[in-house]
Ligand binder design. Structure first.
Ligand code: SAM
Ligand code: SF4
Length: 334
């Protein structure tokens, strides 16, 4: 793409952060994320790693300075480390940050190379420290691997942030212990409200836990002070005096954070979603595979900037309500 115009949407928001899902596949089956029998995409529909690389370089030309690889589970995609190595060369040369969100199961294998290839920080999802609970929530008995992965990441010098989905009746009672453990290990932790994305077996209403409730309980135990820390993302941060660590709260349902949105998402099939909570999309795979990819992609991105909505409209307000969107979080990677 020789077009170097910055990406600015219809509400004058400058888009500088791309989340690229490198695969919809995953080695876990977190019950709130996807059904046990999730049907994954045929390979032919998924962009090749070369296509993802070209696309990412094009986005960097258009002013994307932060790139997060996600999934599904990014580290289960074969040869993904080659893509990371190639994109790592852009860190300091267009990219301020290359990072990923992972479930941690394969981190022990990849941590050293991630650090060597320019990744400085990663997000690791961890909803419980209890092995049986993990096996129930993720439907795979993988907690030991994940903890090994987190330790390997720390040893490799990667800054780890933990992400925890707050789930009523599942890990609600454990949240303070998780935070204390994370802070003891030197990791920040961000809590996330469960979002109504894609059909799963259970009713998300049963497990939806507003973080306002969690925050109140945490404040009975600890002193939380609003932190000046900003990432340009949706989290609000608090310093915890007693642990010396920081927590983030992502509250898509109780608090709207769309005004300052700087991000877009691209799925493994090359669909650009302008909003995590909307269906506005453009097809970059078609553009990439067209006779004149450069022009087609530039045109698609112009459309994306025009259709990015002002805000999302999530709600989990009554039992049995249908998901706000048919697609699962594993399509867009959160
Ligand atoms: N597999 C990787 C992982 O788990 O970190 C990356 C993809 S996963 C879809 C990204 C994040 O989305 C994880 O932290 C996960 O807990 C979260 N997530 C998945 N489904 C969700 C939902 N319905 N509501 C809120 N968060 C969700
Ligand atoms: Fe896989 Fe991440 Fe979804 Fe869990 S949250 S099933 S690890 S994609």
């Amino acid at each position: 793409m020789t077009n170097k115009a910055p990406l600015i949407d219809q509400f004058a928001r400058r888009i500088s952060y791309l989340r690229l899902s490198v695969t919809d596949r995953c080695d876990l089956r977190c019950a709130y994320c996807m059904p046990e029998r999730q049907v994954f995409l045929p390979k032919s529909e998924v962009l090749t790693l070369d296509e993802m690389h070209d696309l990412a370089l094009g986005f960097i030309d258009r002013g994307i300075t932060k790139l997060r690889l996600t999934g599904g589970e990014p580290l289960v995609r074969r040869d993904v480390i080659d893509l990371i190595q190639a994109l790592g060369r852009k860190v300091g040369d267009g990219l301020d940050e290359l990072t990923l969100t992972t479930n941690g199961t394969r981190l022990a294998e990849f941590a050293d190379r991630l650090a060597a290839f320019g990744v400085r920080r990663i997000n690791v999802s961890l909803d419980t420290l209890d092995r049986d609970r993990f096996a129930k929530l993720a439907r795979r008995d993988s907690l030991p691997q994940v903890l090994e992965g987190i330790a390997a990441a720390k040893a490799a010098g990667l800054k780890v942030k933990l992400n925890t989905v707050a789930l009523k009746g599942e890990n609600e009672d454990e949240i303070p212990d998780l935070i204390a453990w994370a802070h003891g290990q030197g990791h920040d932790l961000t809590l996330i409200e469960v979002m109504p994305l894609g059909e799963v077996e259970e009713d998300r209403f049963d497990h939806y836990l507003p973080l306002s409730v969690v925050q109140e309980k945490l404040e009975q135990r600890w002193t939380l002070t609003p932190s000046g820390h900003r990432t340009g993302g949706p989290a609000r941060y608090f310093d915890v005096a007693e642990t010396g660590g920081r927590i983030g709260l992502i509250t898509p349902l109780t608090n709207n954070f769309c005004d300052g949105c700087n991000r877009i998402r691209v799925t493994a099939t090359g669909q650009l979603y302008a909003c995590l909570g909307g269906n506005e999309q453009v097809d970059l795979r078609g553009a990439l595979r067209s006779a004149d990819p450069e022009t087609a992609i530039a045109e698609a991105l112009d459309v994306a900037m025009k259709i990015k909505p002002a805000r999302h409209h999530f709600a989990i307000d009554r039992p049995g309500s249908a998901p706000a969107l048919a697609r699962h979080m594993s399509m867009t990677g959160g």
